[in-house]
Write a protein that binds this ligand. Structure first.
Ligand code: B12
Ligand code: SF4
Length: 474
């Protein structure tokens, strides 16, 4: 059987905000996960439109498309094209799960929720010529899943080919998050067996890993055993977790020992009223500064996530948020305009209040205001969001923020990481065009080398560690 798997590019591919580097970070892990269930003699073509031109002049028997909210229209067009020429088309992913009726108009079969149980079930039905129209996931397990088909990933096209997920979902229930809708009808947080996760890590070449798990520290026992198993593997890795998990127990120390060098943390807002509105209970009354200090004392860089536009936000929120991040030496910030994804509690609440202004899903990219605001006008919100990005990533703030670390090594790491990420777009574009992106991995690994504990004392202070960074002529 000829099988085509497609990750259509997100809308930004045609927008002035398109940053090729942002979309050349991670390979399509979900599709490579599904490909593992296909037969050894199936002819498989996996295409990621973010990094390559789609070939639509082929003739597959089965087409599998992953749909996010802002690639939905593009995904539907591709689906219609292949159906018109007689292929059997499957649609699945977050957006299909949120809006199955919409997606069903463009597919022969749709999938709701994770695909680990439903996709193999479909394949059996398909081979028996009896596929269903809808498969909805209720069995949720990662036990004995076949190894991800990483051989189908064009590694040289990505800065971070070693992305990995060892859990699914999250133990929390923030009302703006996709996760309750996506995992409805079954468990919404579950993990791999530790040994399987370690085996997957072992299969990955090089040193650097990026865990895409929503909350890598979400299950203390699992994470503790995973980090214990990773000690001595000589890995450096990045991941995501919540403020409360950073503050609780000593899991974060174990993570640092295992090689954690940067963490995406959902601070989102400083307002208790906003946290309550978002059902983000885990952040309530938590000392953000303490979490930051703890991470920095372990040499872990921070990517802070912040949401603007919650009902308690006023015109000062942008400056307050940027100043806090700069003063606390947050390495990178990700700002979002509050976005009510369909299927979430936030969408339901705003819809009930008559506050949803558009259903043009292309605008649901966290850069646009798609709902009626309260304390701020939509214009203030959009301008404030744009200003926050510009301000945080201004050279003066990158300097200032870097200097807020105690050790020289952390200062340098911060400066090169942030500057490199946001200030050298033409260099990234050149590396992408010349297929050299993957060659930057050793540089990233150097930047993620260890800074040690206490007052961020350098451990061991080796000039050699930083040499590759100093040598890049950006
Ligand atoms: C990697 C990633 C990215 C990459 C995506 C590129 C890539 N190659 O994947 C980049 C960096 C580009 C990115 C950007 C953004 N992202 Co993002 N990203 C992720 C992340 C962390 C991991 C995705 C992943 O690989 N998961 C692991 C794999 C195994 O799972 P999966 O892809 O979901 O696939 C499974 C199922 O969905 C299903 N499945 C999927 N497709 C299909 C198809 C068929 C036929 C079948 C049978 C099954 C099936 O089966 C797979 C196995 O179970 C997720 C969070 C998460 N944990 O999923 C957020 C996430 C997808 N991102 C999100 C957001 C908000 C964004 C941004 C808007 C952020 C921003 N402000 O810039 C941007 C832009 C996205 C946009 N405009 O829509 C949200 C999406 C919310 C939503 N409802 O759509 C998520 C869920 C994070 C969150 N917690 O809110 N992101
Ligand atoms: S902590 Fe993060 S992943 Fe978990 S529910 Fe909240 S926003 Fe979603």
């Amino acid at each position: 059987m000829r099988v085509k798997l497609i990750l259509p590019a997100l809308t930004e591919a045609e927008s002035p905000f398109w940053r090729p580097i942002k979309y050349s970070l991670f390979p399509p892990l979900g599709l490579a996960t599904l490909a593992a269930y296909l037969a050894p003699d199936d002819e498989i073509d996996l295409q990621d439109q973010h990094v390559e031109k789609l070939n639509l002049h082929d003739n597959p028997d089965l087409v599998i498309i992953q749909v996010y909210i802002t690639n939905a229209y593009r995904a539907y067009k591709i689906a219609d094209h292949y159906r018109a020429q007689g292929a059997y088309v499957l649609l699945g992913g977050l957006h299909v799960t949120s809006l199955p009726q919409e997606a069903a108009l463009h597919a022969d079969t749709i999938f709701l929720g994770p695909g680990e149980a439903t996709f193999p079930e479909f394949l059996q039905d398909f081979r028996n010529k009896n596929p269903k129209k809808v498969y909805s996931s209720s069995i949720r397990s990662l036990d004995k899943i076949p190894p991800i088909r990483r051989d189908l990933i064009k590694r040289n096209k990505y800065l971070v080919p070693n992305s990995i997920v060892v859990t699914r979902g999250c133990p929390h229930h923030c009302n703006f998050c996709y996760k309750d809708a996506f995992f409805e009808g079954g468990r919404s947080f579950y993990t791999q067996m530790v040994d399987d996760a370690l085996a997957e890590i072992d299969r990955l070449p090089g040193r650097h890993l990026y865990f895409l798990d929503d909350h890598l520290l979400g299950n203390t026992k699992f994470a503790g055993e995973l980090f214990a198993g990773m000690r001595g593997m000589n890995r450096v890795f990045q991941g995501a977790a919540t403020v409360d998990a950073v503050l609780r127990g000593n899991l974060i120390e174990k993570a640092a020992e295992a090689g954690l060098r940067s963490l995406f943390v959902g601070f989102e807002t400083f307002s208790p009223a906003n946290l309550k509105q978002s059902n983000k209970k885990q952040n309530l009354e938590k000392d953000y500064q303490k979490a930051v200090n703890r991470l920095h004392s372990l040499g872990i860089m921070i990517n802070g996530s912040f949401v603007f536009g919650l009902d308690d936000d006023d015109a000062d929120v942008f400056k307050r948020t940027v100043d806090w991040a700069v003063n606390n030496a947050i390495t990178t910030s990700t700002y979002h305009v509050l976005t009510p994804y369909p299927g979430t509690q936030l969408f339901k609440d705003l819809e009930q209040q008559g506050r949803i202004l558009t259903r043009n899903w292309d605008l649901y990219d966290t850069r646009n205001v798609v709902y009626r605001t309260t304390n701020l006008t939509a214009e203030e919100l959009k301008n404030g969001y744009d200003w926050a990005y510009q301000e945080f990533y201004s050279w003066s703030n990158i300097f200032k923020s870097s200097l807020n670390h105690a050790s020289h090594k952390h200062k340098l790491k911060h400066f090169f990481y942030t500057g490199g990420w946001k200030k050298f777009e033409p260099v990234w574009n050149f590396l992408i065009k010349t297929n050299n992106l993957n060659n930057m991995l050793p540089v990233l690994e150097s930047i993620l080398s260890r800074v040690k504990t206490g007052k961020e004392k350098v451990l061991p202070e080796t000039e050699a560690d930083l040499q590759p960074i100093m040598n890049i002529k950006l």
